[in-house]
Design a protein around this ligand. Structure first.
Ligand code: SF4
Length: 442
């Protein structure tokens, strides 16, 4: 029996793709290895979001050459993911890493078992990168990281072409799954012990599923899933402010299973920068959305993504971002230094912001976000929160960690066997990134 090991770079989409690859391989009789060094098949699931990601990836890949040369056919090296959808990466692979055995992209991930079969039977390298998405393949198995929660892809690709982003080029145009296929998958997951699903898409708000009963939008889909008995929590990732509907905001109020947490990427607080980013909303529109959300659900937690140092960003425009972040009062934020993505419109701009300025602005933003997060977390002290227990804390032995409905990370002491259960925890302390507390016995 051959063993495999997958190294995953990047976002939840990639994480879930890796779960699917693991599921397909295990169904075919391959077994997971404990480490990359002990695996017969090594797979790299790549990401192209970060600058220099390719250099780092090729560096890691290069470390396998010696083993490959020594073990030859007994050791298989596969690479896949977003990076492989870019021609210059494929060219580099062919030129500098000809010993890689199997290469495939985001669109034909389901072909991995077949590509391995071909490799082993025909004894020749497999290079299969599809340029476009084609039909959505249903019914793929997945080897989940957690028994009690799962990612569920509801759509693939993106039509938005934000001027800094490579995703529409690597994951293709938007394609939504049929609502009944998603409902059937979630029912299967719930029957297998899942209590929480996170619906995944680059822009879930533009989901349009054409089903047996006509077209369903994202909010319709949430209500369909909420009807599934045994499913306790529904989350989603990621929203685009331009497509966030009043209907979805109402659902936060009316649908108990929809977690009271929204990740709403703003990217910049300056309308001019947002226009240049091709985000298709203004600062005012974004703030109006936040107001509506908070009015509908005052206890909601909000996180965001912010890019610092987009080409041409002035000090004043950056200060608009700081002011917006202060006004919204984010519970948390993913902050990024703008970095060039080859092939995107923003990469061609000549008014790139100097690195030093970007770093200085970044630090100011992080200070503000951290201080707001700490304040927001402190408000939880004394409250009792329902926590879905993920397992033992990574930082401390004998301490559990889990998430509240609002996606706050909670550490607490508890008896054995709580993993996957929803328990009540009284919050006794807080810091910038997490809460801690004591389990309340009911
Ligand atoms: S919405 Fe914009 S940032 Fe998000 S994946 Fe699509 S193009 Fe990229």
């Amino acid at each position: 029996m051959k063993t495999f090991h997958i190294t995953t770079f990047g976002c939840q989409m990639n994480e879930h793709d890796s779960e699917i690859m693991a599921g397909m391989l295990m169904e075919k009789g391959y077994a997971p290895a404990d480490s990359r060094d002990s695996a017969d098949i090594v797979i790299f699931n790549t990401c192209s979001i970060r600058e220099n990601a390719d250099k780092r990836f090729f560096g890691t890949l290069g470390t396998l050459k010696k083993r490959k040369m020594a073990e030859r056919e007994a050791f298989t090296v596969c690479v896949c993911g977003c990076m492989m959808q870019q021609q210059h990466i494929i060219d580099t692979l062919k030129a500098k890493f000809p010993w890689v055995d199997v290469v495939f992209g985001t669109h034909n991930l389901h072909e991995l078992p077949k590509l391995l079969d071909n490799l082993y039977t025909e004894k020749k390298k497999q290079l299969e990168v599809w340029p476009d998405g084609g039909e959505i393949v249903e019914g793929l198995p997945a080897e989940r990281l957690f028994k009690h929660k799962s990612f569920v892809n509801i759509m693939y690709g993106c039509n938005n072409f934000c001027s800094y982003c490579i995703v529409p080029y690597t994951r293709g145009r938007e394609r939504s799954r049929k609502p009944e296929d998603i409902v059937a998958e979630v029912k299967r997951l719930v029957a297998d012990g899942v209590k929480e699903v996170t619906l995944l898409g680059q822009n879930v708000n533009s989901y349009k599923g054409c089903g047996e009963k006509g077209q369903a939008d994202f909010t319709d889909l949430i209500y369909m899933l909420a009807d599934i008995e045994g499913l306790e929590r529904i989350r989603f990732m990621t929203s685009h402010p331009k497509d966030l509907s009043d209907k979805l905001i109402e659902a936060f109020k009316n649908c108990d299973k929809l977690c009271k947490y929204i990740h709403l990427p703003v990217q910049s607080g300056s309308t001019k920068v947002l226009k240049e980013m091709n985000r298709k909303y203004s600062r005012e529109h974004y703030l109006e959305l936040v107001k509506k959300i908070k009015t509908a659900v005052p206890e909601i937690t909000i996180s965001t993504d912010i890019i610092v140092g987009f080409p041409g960003e002035t000090e004043e425009e950056f200060e608009d971002t700081l002011k917006l972040a202060e006004e919204v009062g984010y519970d948390s934020a993913f902050t990024f230094l703008y970095s060039i993505r080859e092939g995107t419109p923003a990469a061609r701009r000549e008014d790139q912001v100097p690195e030093e300025t970007k770093h200085e602005r970044f630090n100011r933003l992080v200070d503000l976000i951290n201080s707001t997060s700490a304040q927001k977390n402190a408000e939880y002290v004394g409250r009792v929160e329902k926590v879905l227990v993920d397992g033992a804390s990574r930082s401390k032995d004998s301490v559990y960690e889990g998430r509240t409905d609002g996606f706050k990370l909670v550490n607490f002491l508890g008896p054995e066997g709580l993993e996957g259960k929803i328990v009540s925890v009284k919050i006794t302390d807080s810091n910038t990134f997490s809460l801690s507390g004591e389990m309340v016995r009911e």
